[in-house]
Design a protein around this ligand. Structure first.
Ligand SMILES: Cc1cc2nc3c(=O)[nH]c(=O)nc-3n(C[C@H](O)[C@H](O)[C@H](O)COP(=O)(O)OP(=O)(O)OC[C@H]3O[C@@H](n4cnc5c(N)ncnc54)[C@H](O)[C@@H]3O)c2cc1C
Length: 461
């Protein structure tokens, strides 16, 4: 067994995904000695997919965290800006719905693997050891003892002053807490969606260009289900099909090549000609489930904290899971400033108290947004509301829509964004219903009402 010294300096980070790698980097910058353990091989040399979802939407909260470790500029070099949702109807008509009325607000498509590789390179450059092919199989949350199995099935033990469980939604570190759940009064819930997802693709065109517009997140909203597409640097698109498992238009009933062809011809006729590998990909690529995981406490013992998806996995419809996991590191960094070096017990306690409400808020917002993306984007009242929001954002620097509060106001906690955003939505929808259209609404009057709402809710931006 490798014993590390006992001054709070030696930290084990289990899971070198996006959150764990960023966290280790920050800890090193603060003077700790982090060690990363990752069950997968090194994605920079092994031919593996980085796991779930090939590309992700990176926005302000994630960029702020990357900035904290000095990597935001580097990350930006591998992003593609997406200015809005480009909506495809069944006839192939397109409508752009911008994310914001401010021209400089956009989200970024980024490859999960490339981003993780940037983090690995930076971690190694700082001298952080990354032990790949080391799967954590058990942990003692109080002593900091960890047991790993390497790729040859050898068992290796480690002991650290502090352990971070950054091992994602299926966290083994969290499972250890569940084993002593009555002692910890450990609450846990896992809520599956009725929908799953399958990844498909649109390749580059013959002249190596994008086949569809690259500056938007494409959505094919179909009320009870949808398909989305995010651009990649190699001019391809990663397409994600979100369908219910059951029912006529569910994964369970779209099985044969004839089913797939019929289904795509019916619902996504404009996308189909761009998807030459559709049948093969549909058959070969897995159908994966989606869900929300909530648990508490995240401090699962004297020496252990859950962080990122291990603490709070959410559905992907706000494009915030990674951004939120990165923001955990920003919040932790701030909390650590209030305590002595290595005072992990108090740091973990304070972190979970401050952060839990915001993780819950983004989990709720992400569930709301599924309905918005697949259904409401096509609703005329919703479209008028977005029109009004764009007008207000474009003209008045003080106003932020709910989407902008969550996505572009990185200093506003998610819980405040939820509270203000939902109240604003309610007010605007009510006005649109009363007046019939955005153009009939007195701009200054509604702006005043929106500002009054902010005062009433005691939220400053
Ligand atoms: C379809 C889909 C689309 C998404 N789109 C977006 C998006 O657009 N924007 C966004 O912000 N978020 C998005 N997300 C969410 C995002 O992927 C996660 O929130 C993010 O990956 C969480 O990072 P993490 O490091 O906490 O966990 P993970 O990325 O899951 O990393 C955990 C790491 O731990 C390792 N590990 C697991 N078990 C062990 C073990 N026992 N021992 C050692 N290592 C272990 C894993 O191999 C992995 O490397 C999406 C998710 C899905 C499913």
């Amino acid at each position: 067994m490798l014993f590390m010294s006992n001054k709070g300096k030696n930290v084990a980070v289990v899971g070198a995904g996006l959150c764990g790698s960023l966290l280790a980097l920050r800890l090193k910058q603060l003077g700790y000695k982090p060690v990363l353990f990752e069950k997968r091989p090194d994605m920079r040399s092994a031919d593996i997919s980085a796991g779930r979802s090939i590309n992700l939407a990176l926005s302000n909260r994630g960029l702020k965290a990357l900035d904290l470790v000095g990597l935001s500029e580097k990350a930006r070099t591998i992003t593609l800006p997406m200015k809005g949702r480009l909506l495809h109807d069944r006839e192939g008509n397109l409508r752009m719905s911008p994310y914001s009325g401010r021209p400089n607000d956009y989200i970024n498509s980024i490859s999960r693997g490339d981003l993780n590789s940037i983090l690995y390179d930076a971690a190694e450059a700082e001298g952080i050891p990354i032990h790949f092919n080391m799967s954590c199989i058990s942990s003692d949350p109080d002593s900091g003892e960890l047991k790993f199995q390497d790729h040859s099935k050898n068992i290796q033990n480690f002991k650290a002053d502090a352990v971070f469980g950054a091992d994602g939604a299926g966290s083994v570190i969290r499972q250890a807490a569940m084993k002593k759940s009555s002692l910890l009064r450990f609450n846990f819930s896992q809520q599956y969606l009725t929908h799953g997802y399958k990844e498909l693709s649109i390749p580059a065109s013959e002249n190596h260009d994008f086949r569809i517009a690259s500056d938007a997140l494409h959505i094919w909203p179909r009320k009870t289900f949808m398909m989305i597409g995010l651009p990649n640097l190699d001019k391809t698109f990663t397409i994600t099909l979100f369908l219910p498992y059951t029912g006529e238009d569910g994964f369970d009933n779209i099985r044969t090549d004839a089913d797939i062809t019929r289904y795509f011809q019916k619902w996504f006729p404009d996308a189909m000609p761009h998807m030459p590998k559709l049948l093969e990909e549909y058959r070969t690529n897995p159908t994966s489930s989606l869900g929300t995981i909530r648990c508490y406490p995240w401090k699962t013992g004297a020496k252990t904290l859950l962080i990122g998806d291990a603490a709070h996995a959410i559905v992907p419809f706000y494009g915030q899971g990674m951004n939120c996991a990165f923001e955990d590191v920003v919040v932790l960094d701030k909390v650590m400033k209030n305590f002595e070096f290595g005072d992990w017990g108090n740091i973990f306690e304070a972190f979970q108290i401050i952060r839990k409400k915001d993780a819950d808020a983004i989990a709720d917002l992400a569930l709301d947004n599924f309905i918005e993306m697949r259904d409401k984007v096509d609703d005329p009242v919703f479209a008028e509301k977005r029109k009004l929001e764009m007008k207000l954002e474009n003209k008045y620097q003080d106003y932020y829509s709910k989407y902008s509060l969550v996505t572009f106001k990185e200093d506003l906690p998610y819980s405040a964004a939820l509270k203000l955003g939902r109240a604003q939505d309610e007010l605007l929808l009510q006005k649109i219903k009363e007046k019939g259209s955005a153009d009939q609404i007195d701009e200054l009057k509604i702006l005043q009402e929106l500002m009054d709402l902010r005062t009433k809710l005691e939220i400053s931006i």
